[in-house]
Structures are given as structure tokens and as C-alpha cells.
Write a protein that binds this ligand. Structure first.
Ligand code: ZN
Length: 343
């Protein structure tokens, strides 16, 4: 039997991998803009394949692709009638691939995110949001998940609604905030305080995900670590954000236009950047180390290997010394090539 989330967290860093929506958009299966995971019903094999790639790269959790598969978003693309089928199928696919993992398989996480329906100034939205989470997670629990990830939360208030729904289902909760602001959630809580409140309310894992790259997310870790005793999750985007442009939404193309969401490629972190992040996060006491929008399997494998693991995809990890140009003894013909590369 597969080890539980709590057991894995106690045993050392759990490696997570997300960014399904961005990657499947790049592959031509999701429309940028609405970012609704219609692919789950329209091209289930594409979802299965990406799960498999992350699993082979060392991900220990298969996150069901139900991000933005909620009532409001499906209404936007005219597929409200597919809501239940999409949510159930996403969990089934994740479960199927998780079973293929080593050591009894990977964990399966249900997934909800910010709804865009929540308004802290309008109490009536609480009911709307709760109803959306209740139906999504009801289907997830029914299909069978090991825990639930509530993520990219802009508001502590909305995150607490998700946490309550997860707990009502008797499932462990990992709740992470989207650090789009310098220090606080959109409803005014310092990230560390918001994490402390979520932990006090019973979340097993709290932390941050999305929006910031490693360079601007790592500095936020220490304060949260000092504030919470429960396990902590950090899942940055693999983009080179910096002090001037701390989030992927603030990065600009050379023409000065917003690069988010479909022109971020030139800012992509290398696998080495992400490997360095994984080690840094573990050293800072992060128990759930992951990656978000923009992730590719090569990032995940490099992170796994940096954490000292050998994973199925390690079979094909680079052996650059076997390249004809980089062998110890380069033939005379190839040496001429190399000279032209260096010219
Ligand atoms: Zn993300």
C-alpha cells in the first residue's frame, strides 16, 4: 500500500508537480484565457500522458486536473452540463496513473482553486463559493482521493471556505496561497499569519504556490516557517522573476507588453535553477517541494535528483560526455566542427 501524505511528509520532502493547465495549453489541448481543462473529457489520453511524465520524473502526487473545472468557469465556456463528468473523469485519470508509480503508487490529490466568485465585501458570495467547492470535492471524494489541494488562494477568506469543505469530507487538506501581493493576501493578512490561521483551523499543509518564481518566493519562506509548526508547501512557477518584476504577471516582453500568460517562454528557469530551488527549499524546512505553472518533466526530474533520488526518467538523464563533441577524445573531424561552434 502507498504511504499516506502524513507518513511521506514525516519521511522527508514530498515532491509535487503541477502546471498541468499551462503545459496542456502549450501542447494544444487547452485554450489560454479561460484555461478550463476541457482536455479531461476531449483528450483524456493527453492528460494521462502528462501525469505519466511527471510520475516518471519523480512526482509523488498525481493532482487531478480539476483546476478551474468549477461551475462559473464552465459556464463561461458553455460547458456547465459537463461539470460532473469532467470532475469525476479527472480524478479517475489521476488515480489510474498514480497506481503505476513505484512503491505502491503515488498519492492522488483532489484539487480546487480560487473561484473568482468570492468577494470579501459581499457575504452572499460565501454561499456561492461553498456550493462550488462542495459539488467539486463531493465528486472527488466519491471517486477516491488521498487528500485535497486548495491552491492559488488570493483571499484567506476563500481558502477557509475550501478548508471547511475538505474537512467536512474527512480528508486531509493542503492549502496554499497565491503570493501576487508583496506581503499580504487580498483580504489583508500577512502570508505567514494567513498560514498560521489555516493551520490552526486544521490544514495539514500550508504555504504558497504559483505566481512567483523561486528567486522571489524563497524569501517569503522563512517567515512562514517561523510562524507555523505544521508541514509547509512551496510550489513556485519556473520563471525568472526578480525584485522589479516579482511575479509572472509583472514580467514584460521586449516590447514592454505583459508576457503573462502566453509569452513567458524567454523567462523560463532551467532545470538547474529548479534543482537549486528544491535543495534550498528542503534546507529551509519545506516538507512539500513542488513546481507550478510552466513546469516541464525535465524540471521535476532535476528537482528529484537534486533531492538525492533516482527516478524512472533518470534512465535518460543527460550524459553529455557521450555527445560526439564533448567526448574525452574528439575525432579530428568533430574537432573541426567544435572549432566552428566556438568561432
Ligand atoms: Zn500555477
Amino acid at each position: 500500500m502507498s504511504a499516506s501524505l502524513a507518513e511521506r511528509l514525516r519521511a522527508g520532502a514530498v515532491l509535487g508537480a503541477e502546471g498541468y493547465v499551462f503545459e496542456l495549453e502549450r501542447r494544444g489541448y487547452i485554450k489560454a484565457g479561460p484555461f478550463v481543462p476541457e482536455v479531461v473529457l476531449d483528450f483524456p489520453d493527453a492528460v494521462r500522458e502528462l501525469h505519466r511524465e511527471f510520475l516518471r520524473a519523480g512526482a509523488e502526487v498525481m493532482v487531478a486536473l480539476t483546476y478551474y473545472a468549477h461551475r462559473e468557469k464552465l459556464r463561461d465556456v458553455g460547458r456547465e452540463g459537463d461539470l460532473e463528468a469532467m470532475n469525476r473523469q479527472a480524478v479517475r485519470i489521476a488515480r489510474q496513473v498514480a497506481r503505476e508509480g513505484p512503491d505502491g503508487g503515488a498519492l492522488v490529490a483532489g484539487n480546487v482553486c480560487n473561484t473568482w466568485a468570492y468577494d470579501p465585501e459581499d457575504a452572499s458570495t460565501v454561499q456561492t463559493v461553498r456550493a462550488m467547492y462542495t459539488e467539486q470535492l463531493g465528486w472527488a471524494a466519491d471517486e477516491g482521493v488521498d487528500f485535497v489541494i486548495s491552491e492559488t488562494n488570493d483571499y484567506l477568506g476563500e481558502a477557509l471556505i475550501a478548508l471547511e469543505v475538505i474537512q467536512d469530507l474527512g480528508l486531509p487538506a493542503m492549502v496554499t496561497l497565491a503570493p501576487t501581493q508583496p506581503h499580504r493576501t487580498r483580504d489583508g493578512y500577512e502570508y505567514a499569519d494567513a498560514c498560521r490561521i489555516l493551520a490552526a483551523e486544521g490544514a495539514q499543509v500550508v504555504g504558497l504556490n504559483c505566481d512567483r518564481g523561486p528567486r522571489t518566493m524563497v524569501p517569503l519562506i522563512a517567515r512562514i516557517r517561523d510562524t507555523v509548526e505544521c508541514a509547509m508547501a512551496i510550489q513556485p512557477v519556473p520563471y525568472r522573476t526578480d525584485a522589479i518584476t516579482p511575479t509572472m504577471e509583472t514580467l514584460c516582453s521586449p516590447k514592454g507588453e505583459r508576457a503573462f500568460p502566453v509569452e513567458l517562454d524567454p523567462f523560463t528557469c532551467t532545470r538547474f535553477d529548479m534543482a537549486k530551488f528544491a535543495v534550498q527549499a528542503r534546507e529551509l524546512g519545506v516538507e512539500y517541494v513542488g513546481i507550478c505553472c510552466g513546469a516541464g518533466p525535465h524540471h521535476v526530474r532535476a528537482m528529484a535528483e537534486a533531492l538525492g533520488r533516482e527516478v524512472p526518467a533518470s534512465r535518460y538523464s543527460p550524459s553529455i560526455e557521450l555527445h560526439p563533441m564533448f567526448r574525452a577524445e574528439v575525432s579530428a573531424k568533430d574537432a573541426a566542427f567544435l572549432q566552428s561552434w566556438n568561432a
